[in-house]
Design a protein around this ligand. Structure first.
Ligand code: FPP
Length: 243
């Protein structure tokens, strides 16, 4: 009998990606410098990461710094880079202890050597973890990632290790920074803006989107839980028709 009942188990997203927007406005509302908002944002990252296991979110990918963010003032860029180093120093042991595997995506070439070394060390330290997979996009842009992938693909063809006839979507995806990750089921953007801003362009082809009015530093784990749970009610068809 039970066999004939529809499966009504709510399905939470396995991979959630977040565009953490609104730190600057949050600080401005308090008459404080923009970096004050970024520091508050970093505290929220900690809270949201720790909420993932209970919500069944196995993969969390967060947009920390885009290839376009270099256009900000030198003070803000330097402050953000310092904040990333501080985050790694302060959070490394906790992330390791709680079973979080950390990865970074984006082009490391423009990042300072010390930060890149810390990123490598954190990836190595947490490489054996599997409770939650946290991916931090740093100097990341979807177009930049696709361009780098195309270059590497062309090089493989040039070297004779691949022929152009073998190139399909799956082959191209193997050259992306995210090649070991599943595509995001749900992409959340905070702060009320409804744009994707060059984030996971290829990977989010069939993702569900949620644009939330809350500014990132106010995005609590309760709001996160609500958004994740509302995803379960969505009907994803991936271009097909349900029969
Ligand atoms: C966008 O808000 C936010 C960023 C460009 C930086 C995101 C960084 C953090 C949340 C800090 C910590 C991250 C880690 C991984 C430790 P905005 O500055 O564009 O805000 P606005 O649109 O209100 O100006």
């Amino acid at each position: 009998m039970a066999r004939d009942l529809p499966d009504t188990t709510p399905k939470n997203p396995r991979h959630v990606a977040i565009i953490m927007d609104g730190n600057g406005r949050w600080a401005q509302e308090r008459g404080r410098p923009r970096l004050f908002g970024h520091h508050a944002g970093a505290r929220r990252v900690r809270e949201i990461v720790s909420a993932c296991p209970d919500l069944g979110v196995k993969y969390l990918t967060i947009f920390a710094f885009s290839t376009e963010n270099w256009k900000r003032t030198q003070t803000e860029v330097a402050g953000l880079m310092k904040l990333f180093r501080r985050y790694i120093t302060r959070e490394a042991q906790d992330l390791f202890r709680t079973g979080v595997r950390v990865r970074f995506i984006g082009d490391r070439v423009r990042l300072d050597e010390k930060l890149v070394r810390m990123m490598d060390e954190l990836e190595l330290l947490t490489a054996g973890n599997d409770t939650c997979h946290l991916t931090i996009a740093l100097n990341y842009g979807g177009r930049d990632e696709l361009t780098r992938a195309a270059k590497r693909l062309a090089y493989e063809i040039e070297c004779g290790r691949l022929t152009h006839k073998e190139v399909d979507a799956e082959t191209l995806a193997r050259f992306l920074d995210t090649h070991v990750l599943p595509d995001p089921d749900l992409v959340i953007r905070t702060s009320g803006e409804a744009r994707i801003s060059n984030f996971l362009l290829w990977q989010s082809a069939y993702s569900e989107y949620e644009f939330i009015d809350t500014l990132w530093p106010d995005f609590t784990k309760d709001i996160f839980a609500e958004v994740v749970q509302s995803y379960a009610t969505r009907d994803r068809r991936f271009g097909a028709v349900k029969v």
